[in-house]
Design a protein around this ligand. Structure first.
Ligand code: ZN
Length: 206
């Protein structure tokens, strides 16, 4: 991978724009709404991180009675839409151990993170999803009102939760770069073409 340095330098706003652009309702969000929404989601993630004083996230999850499960799957490049980790209501976090294992040599070679740190970043991200639901944070409350033909609709923008979860994990763990890059780095050893494509998409954001 040759553009790692550029990826590491992306700003919060750029990452936010990328994540918002992945939302299936993106086209329904007016241009004036985009920047303020991204900013609010970033602030929401930062505030949630500042409210956590615990240093040991695993212990924090135990106290909150959150179940953590490491799952395995057979990794094939053609099924490149892997789940890195997920949060299931009300209190379960699942982490893809197969991807972590497959990516370990890549992280070691790049001298970026060790396996334990990667798992912790994924845990922190999913912990945000637990908190946003439990505390009904901005990213759960915010509704987008839009029109489809004659119908007025209102829906949640899931990308705002993604933006906040990434900021939350970054702040909480004091990372120099956005955890969104794990989407690229964890994919790279298994499906390099898909990972490169995502890296290019990220770098196209201005
Ligand atoms: Zn998420």
């Amino acid at each position: 991978m040759d553009n790692i340095d550029q990826l590491l330098q992306l700003s919060d706003q750029q990452i936010g724009q990328f994540l918002l652009s992945q939302d299936h309702l993106y086209k329904k969000i007016s241009e004036q709404q985009r920047s303020p929404m991204i900013q609010q989601a970033i602030e929401c993630g930062k505030t949630a991180a500042s409210n956590i004083s615990s240093i040991d996230l695993w212990e924090y999850c135990r106290q909150e009675k959150i179940e953590i499960e490491f799952f395995q799957e057979t990794l094939k490049a053609e099924n490149f839409r892997f789940v890195l980790a997920e949060f299931q209501l009300p209190n379960r976090i699942r982490i893809n151990q197969s991807l972590l294992k497959a990516a370990a040599p890549f992280f070691a070679e790049q001298n970026l993170l060790n396996g334990q740190q990667v798992a912790e970043i994924l845990l922190a991200h999913e912990l945000y999803h637990y908190l946003e639901n439990q505390q009904q944070l901005f990213t759960v409350q915010q509704q987008l009102n839009y029109q489809t033909g004659p119908f007025k609709r209102s829906a949640r923008l899931h990308s705002l939760g993604e933006i906040a979860a990434m900021t939350f994990a970054q702040e909480l763990l004091g990372l120099a770069f956005s955890p969104v890059l794990l989407n690229v780095f964890l994919l790279y050893p298994v499906a390099p073409e898909q990972a490169q494509r995502m890296a290019k998409q990220l770098l196209l954001i201005d």
